[in-house]
Design a protein around this ligand. Sequence first.
Ligand code: HEM
Length: 462
Amino acid sequence: FPPGPPRLPIVGFLPFMDSHLPHKQLWRLSSTYGPVVGLYFGVQPAIVVNGWDANKEALLNDDLNGRPTGSSSTIPFDGKDLGVMFVNGDLWKEQRRFTLHQFRNLGFAKKSHEVIIHEVAEELIKDIKQSQCSITLQNKLGVCSIIILWAVMGGARLERSDPLLTDLVDRLNKLFRAGQVSGGFVEVFPPLRHILPETSPFNIVLNGRYRILSYLRNAVEEHKATHDPDNPRDFIDIYITQIKNEHNNSDSTFTEDQLLATCFDVFSAGAETGSSSVSFAILLMILYPSVGQAVQRELDEVVGLSRFPSVDDRTKLVYTEATLAEISRFRGVAPFTVPHYAVRDTILQGKRIPAGTMVMNNLYSVHMDPEYWKDPDTFRPERFINPDGSLRKDEHLIPFGKGRRACLGESLARMTLFLMFTTLMQHFNFRLDPAIPVFDTEGKSGFTLGPPDFNVFAEPRS
Ligand code: HEM
């Protein structure tokens, strides 16, 4: 097993985990123990993979592409591992393939999706213009993310003013901040959950999960009541048809619980990451005003103010694209991948990794690896521009992971980030509300990295 920090009996490294910025702490361990650090979360053996070389090797090794199973995410499903994110083997392959295929058929990240994102952006701009005081972008963008995702999954166009939406955004934000990348004490000592107060991070995550699942369950019931297999409206309709088609197949993985779990995975993976990415992007434009102004100059030249930016403009918006790349390197909202798991004994960087080891791929360490990035701590979009002025793609930038477990929603996430960011920058000059000072711009950890709390004044650009 790879070398790592000393561990305490029973609890292992858990009491020493930094809850503030664990990706930084776990990367620092590499200076003592090398790129693959072995440690224990309770009695669960785990490795942290740091730097580009080790992460590339790990992410492309299918023996390390499993997921830990049996976590608290199974509680609402009587202990069954369901969905696409925390499942393995044939179930994962079949469900991931089906979900991706159907999403593509439904126009996922295609032109028809751009139309929806433009409508959502237009409403957001109206909403911001009507605001009388400073606004919390993260919440407004959370509502946008859910409307966009739901258009593919559940078909219906949700209303911005629907109080349910605000509740979902609030639950998701709380759930993502309360979560811990290591799983925390309860994941390794499950009986603890019976004595925890309602306000404990574990119960915030579990209650958020139940609330979102109950919303999804209602949506599935409504779909069943109005289901017409010849006229599928969305992903849920197509999935219901598949369940019916496989009714006589006792080995079928298509069940109603599986539908709920898949919707939950997509919904939770997509909504918070999407809004956090755009919030971070706007915050960085305020903190680095010369970059923000250069983005606006390029948008004025290429797009102007009379229409919304479109994905067709991307090739001409080199500086803007370079800025988005630098934002995802500098403040990637996924500093770790979702935890991986060794499905059989294997070798990584010459070290033996036993089956059953949890694997934490530290993407932050890839994006800050000084071997590959000159001045990694400097925010500098120009690093993604070639001397001839064209956009420089860099294989060391992997905010969505790499290999067979990479993000299922990457194309939609990239499209949404581009359209929401450019539309906001086109329409407004942002400045921070001094009433909510931002002391720490590195963000807030949890399952992902969220932006710090901040409010903005948005001055319309004429
Ligand atoms: C900026 C936004 C996003 C970022 C940075 C991001 C990043 C990631 C990363 C790093 C992973 C883990 C890869 C691994 O474990 O190796 C992941 C997995 C996943 N993402 Fe995303 N994601 C984003 C948006 C989305 C969206 C919009 C969706 C859904 C439409 C989505 C759905 C998923 C799913 C289902 C998985 C699990 C895939 C699997 O286990 O097979 N993500 N994402």
